[in-house]
Design a protein around this ligand. Structure first.
Ligand code: UDX
Length: 448
């Protein structure tokens, strides 16, 4: 099977079939394609990316047997275990056929959670590289679980929620991704599998030195392979859409009519759910804040129902006066719009990177998993956001929106967000750390 003496120019990408993970993988594909690599995307049938948005890639569909997006907690582990189990044989078959037809061997780049791809690559003697789509600060919390368990720190009582976790910079027990995963016995073996990089020759991270230097250094200490922190990757990838849902661009026309920094943008990614009660509190908080708002209400995101059907009837008047509601927005374009002055986010890692890259300060309401750690970093490490920590309540919502959008405190936060944007941009520009590491990554792939 081994073919020698060539420089690798082909890459097979294997993403997890979830929006927040497909997006960075396709961005990486776009970057590598612009550096002369041919790109094949081997993807599950469930949540397939739209091939028509990426005519420069080849798409290979693998049957996976999944039919619905996982919920936030234990069934995420079941979902990922099943995807890995079901995709392994079709991936092996597809790669075997692919390499039989051509001279050059491809390099497999797979999501860290898509560990079946590493097993297939190893079996076929193909080089492989991992892309972790979660940030290293989060991954370090997972790696710390065995130690925290052994030291008796987890499970932890409510009285410890606000205490700092020993050995994890700036994080409190309540920020740990473990705290809403009830089933530790399923979580820990799953995390151990993700941590094992097998025969992969390198790790790619969608972050940079300016955002997470200390975590990157600690992360590197865990692995004897090169780590390429080349993020935020969307800055190096031209703006082709990676959305699985159709983007409603009418909101950009609506934004064009609003004044600078006046609009609060609300969006909670592709998985987070809301209850009818929370929707009502959010609606009244928005109405009472008197700020213009653009609100993404994803179909099915209110306990499986369409959230627009559950909004209080009299809120429609407020929407007509100063609101815009869409099912799915062109988020990067929205955040880049001068009318947007704040982003109420669930703190998915892509959303955070996109907001930081546009200098938009945030209101954080994390839902599950890595989002709590991300929220903590936004509000207490980078200091570019306010956090809702309690149950959503209209008075509190009105106060936080007003603090961010109207008051001096919010203005100062916007200045800090703009400073952070400049620093992040510098990392991605010629001579910056992400730029240099991307060049090194390209050399690494060609030499594997
Ligand atoms: C998932 C997890 O939930 C998250 O915690 C993890 O960090 C990444 O994977 P998701 O919840 O979808 O991601 O959030 P996020 O990471 O923010 O990704 C959502 C993507 O969808 C972003 O790139 C965002 O720009 C895009 N999006 C979102 C749109 O294009 N339009 C929208 O209306 C909403």
């Amino acid at each position: 099977m081994e073919k020698q003496g060539h420089r690798c120019r082909q890459v097979v990408l294997v993403p997890i079939p979830l929006q927040g993970h497909i997006t960075p993988m396709l961005q990486l594909g776009t970057i590598l394609h612009s550096r002369g690599f041919s790109i094949t995307v081997a993807h599950a049938q469930f949540n397939s990316p739209h091939a028509s948005n990426h005519p420069e890639f080849t798409f290979l569909s693998l049957s996976d047997g999944s039919s619905s997006t996982p919920k936030a907690s234990d069934d995420f582990i079941d979902f990922m275990s099943n995807i890995n189990l079901n995709c392994r044989a079709p991936l092996q078959e597809a790669l075997t056929q692919m390499i039989a037809k051509q001279e050059d061997l491809p390099c497999v780049i797979h999501d860290g959670i898509m560990h079946c791809a590493e097993a297939v690559a190893r079996y076929l003697k193909l080089p492989s590289i991992i892309l972790y789509t979660l940030n290293p600060t989060n991954l370090l919390t997972y790696y710390a679980y065995p130690r925290l368990l052994e030291q008796g720190h987890i499970p932890f009582p409510d009285s410890k929620l606000l205490e700092l976790v020993p050995g994890l910079d700036s994080l409190r027990f309540k920020d740990l991704p473990v705290s809403n995963f009830g089933n530790l016995s399923a979580l820990l073996p799953f995390k151990a599998i993700i941590r094992d990089i097998g025969s992969s020759s390198a790790i790619i991270l969608n972050t940079n030195e300016c955002l997470e230097q200390s975590s990157i250094v600690q992360f590197q200490e865990q692995y004897p392979v090169p780590i390429f922190s080349i993020g935020p990757m969307h800055l190096a990838a031209p703006a082709s859409s990676c959305s699985l849902l159709k983007e409603d661009t009418s909101c950009i026309e609506w934004l064009d009519k609003q004044t600078q920094h006046s609009v609060i943008y609300l969006s909670f990614g592709s998985i987070a759910l809301t209850s009818e009660k929370e929707l009502a509190e959010m609606a009244w908080g928005l109405a009472n804040s008197k700020q213009p708002f653009l609100w993404v209400l994803r179909p099915g995101s209110a306990d499986g129902l369409d959230p627009t059907d559950l909004l209080p009837h009299s809120f429609k008047e407020t929407v007509e006066k100063r609101g815009c509601i869409v099912n799915w927005a062109p988020q990067r374009q929205v955040l880049a719009h001068s009318a947007v002055g704040g982003f109420w986010t669930h703190c998915g890692w892509n959303s955070i990177l996109e907001s930081i890259s546009e200098g938009v300060p945030m209101i954080c309401r994390s839902a599950f998993g890595d989002q709590r750690v991300n929220a903590r970093y936004v509000c207490h490490v980078w200091n570019v956001g306010f956090e809702f920590e309690n149950d959503l309540e209209r008075g509190e919502i009105e106060r936080v929106i007003t603090r961010l959008m109207v008051e001096k405190e919010g203005e100062e936060m916007r200045k800090r967000a703009l400073d952070l944007k400049v620093k992040v941009e510098l990392c991605s520009r010629k001579g910056g750390s992400s730029y240099n590491l991307l060049n090194e990554l390209v050399d690494h792939i060609m030499s594997v």
